[in-house]
Design a binder for this molecule. Structure first.
Ligand SMILES: [Zn+2]
Ligand SMILES: [Zn+2]
Length: 254
């Protein structure tokens, strides 16, 4: 591995709720050289950041969409930056356009977010430069503003494409470049996904991985009652490359 490679550390793998002790909301740390970017920060995942770095050293947090299992721990991040330091520290946050307004509304406090988070819209049109990586978003079918996100070394090389929560795998495909690794939600396990649920399943992710020629598929966000091994097998049935389910503590090189 060189400094140009990405490393993924899974802090939380979702889903929205679970009976699995220790499971927390989506939070995926991506490291490239000295740059550390977090993809999502769902419920309960904030303390896990400390296992890897002081949260104030994050170069950015990118939020896929405004469901609490993907963004709600921005609240403790904001409190930590605001109250643990004099003067307060700040972290850049890229996400849906309503992110700051939603966090402000949680506390009934206009300006709550801006006191310690520099929030900006991720959007589709911009390649965001963050230290040694670039971040790109693409709208996917889920909420009215949900993104899949590609993180890649700014110097070039394979990237990581994260589906966020997604109801149509075809929405993710345009973000994927040859050699990228796919990190995809498989809420509905072996499938089929419940009609209208706006989530993916193992076979669907397998077909996406096969069609786009990714270097590997990492599966996440498995809902209660679904079998992880059967889900991995259902993905492998449609895709020849490496497939693994990730959990808090999982590490992967991209
Ligand atoms: Zn979710
Ligand atoms: Zn969601």
């Amino acid at each position: 591995m060189t400094d140009a490679n990405l490393r993924l550390s899974v802090l939380g793998a979702g889903p929205a709720y679970t009976d699995r002790p220790g499971a927390t909301g989506a939070a995926y740390l991506v490291t490239c050289g000295s740059t550390r970017v977090l993809l999502d920060l769902g419920q309960g995942s904030f303390p896990r950041i400390f296992e890897h770095l002081p949260p104030q050293d994050l170069d950015a947090v990118a939020i896929s969409h405004l469901h609490p299992d993907h963004y709600i721990d921005l609240v403790p991040l904001r409190h930590y930056l605001r109250y643990e330091f004099t003067p307060p520290r700040r972290v850049r946050v890229l996400g849906p356009s309503q992110l700051a307004a939603r966090l402000d509304a949680l506390h009934g406090w206009p300006g709550f977010t801006a006191e310690s988070l520099d929030a900006a819209t991720l959007g589709e049109a911009t390649v965001h430069a963050v230290g040694e990586v670039t971040l790109e978003g693409r709208l996917v079918t889920h909420t009215d503003e949900s993104y899949a996100i590609r993180v890649a070394p700014a110097a070039g090389g394979p990237g990581l494409v994260y589906s966020g929560d997604c109801g149509n795998a075809d929405d993710v495909a345009p973000l994927i470049r040859p050699g990228d690794t796919l990190l995809a939600e498989v809420s509905f396990g072996v499938g089929p996904a419940k009609p209208g649920a706006q989530h993916l399943d193992g076979p669907t992710v397998g077909r996406l991985a096969s069609a786009t020629g990714v270097a590997g598929a990492l599966l996440t966000h498995l809902q209660m009652g679904n079998d992880p091994d059967a889900t991995v097998a259902s993905c492998r049935a449609a895709y020849d490359g490496p497939v693994a389910m990730v959990w808090p503590g999982s590490e992967a090189e991209v």
